[in-house]
Ligand binder design. Structure first.
Ligand SMILES: [Zn+2]
Length: 269
């Protein structure tokens, strides 16, 4: 599934090709994505792209008349190619740029979406999202205050987009290891000082993944969407029954909230 670093990498890849360029056509080959692609998407034809941004895992392509909201779902990717390039199976929506290039959404499982909004940050999908993990608004104090006396596990808590966006399963596991915090511990039992370690770890894990993703940017035009975390060094994720890289204790796997957690019982408490 494309995670925040992949979406950020995609953003950096398409941004220079879209900014200030004119959208000369919008073609919808398959409107049945996670939600139906709305007819009002055609509003942007003839408009220039004023900005291309990311909010959580949503990409926002802004024009004067409104913004396109794109989510890559489980299997989506965006590709920029010359207009004449043969369309592939599962290329569902395309935006033509300056009558020369096309930005295509490829999504075999169709859990992604392409929506339109005049005020995307107020859209129901985006309005309740927590802070961006890489921005200064994401602090230890923010997590500590939201945690209060709650008993929910820290792993579930940091994967909840209302608390912070973009911390997928791999990143949650790796950040908790880096911070020395057990995925099972209740959020109300964690001190502000430990939240600081966790916030630093989340920022570092995501920044590292984006950096790795960035190394594939040169291939972006022909990319098949496979970027990012596979190149990350994983300390705990998928490492069950292998020795911890720090202390050689066996890494344990458990299931929390239907997601696999991996941790070192010695290093994390
Ligand atoms: Zn260990």
């Amino acid at each position: 599934m494309p995670e925040l670093p992949e979406v950020e990498t995609t953003l950096r890849g398409i941004h220079p090709h879209l900014l200030q360029q004119k959208i000369t056509a919008v073609r919808v080959y398959q409107p049945k994505l996670r939600w139906a692609v709305p007819d009002e998407l055609q509003t942007i034809i003839g408009q220039r792209v004023l900005s291309v941004k990311r909010r959580a895992k949503y990409l926002l392509i802004e024009t004067k008349l409104g913004s396109v909201i794109i989510h890559l779902g489980m299997s989506g990717s965006l590709r920029l190619c010359d207009k004449g390039t043969t369309r592939q199976k599962h290329d569902h929506v395309e935006f033509e740029i300056n009558q020369q290039q096309v930005l295509r959404l490829h999504d075999p499982r169709r859990f992604g979406c392409v929506l339109f909004s005049q005020d995307p940050l107020q859209h129901k999908l985006l309005i309740n999202l927590g802070p961006e993990p890489l921005l200064d608004a994401f602090t230890a104090k923010h997590l500590y205050q939201r945690a209060g006396q709650r008993k929910v596990s820290i792993k579930s808590f940091i994967m909840d987009a209302k608390n912070v966006v973009g911390v997928g399963n791999i990143y949650a596991n790796e950040a908790l290891f880096m911070a020395g915090i057990s995925p099972k511990i209740a959020v109300g039992c964690i001190t502000l000082k430990r939240y600081q370690l966790l916030v630093d770890a989340i920022k570092q894990v995501l920044a590292d993944a984006i950096k790795q993703g960035g190394t594939t940017l040169n291939d972006f035009v022909n990319a098949d969407g496979d970027t990012g975390y596979f190149q990350l060094k994983l300390n705990v994720y998928g490492q069950n029954d292998k020795p911890c890289s720090q202390c050689e204790t066996m890494i344990i796997k458990l299931v929390q909230n239907q997601r696999a957690s991996f941790y070192c019982p010695q290093c994390q408490s």
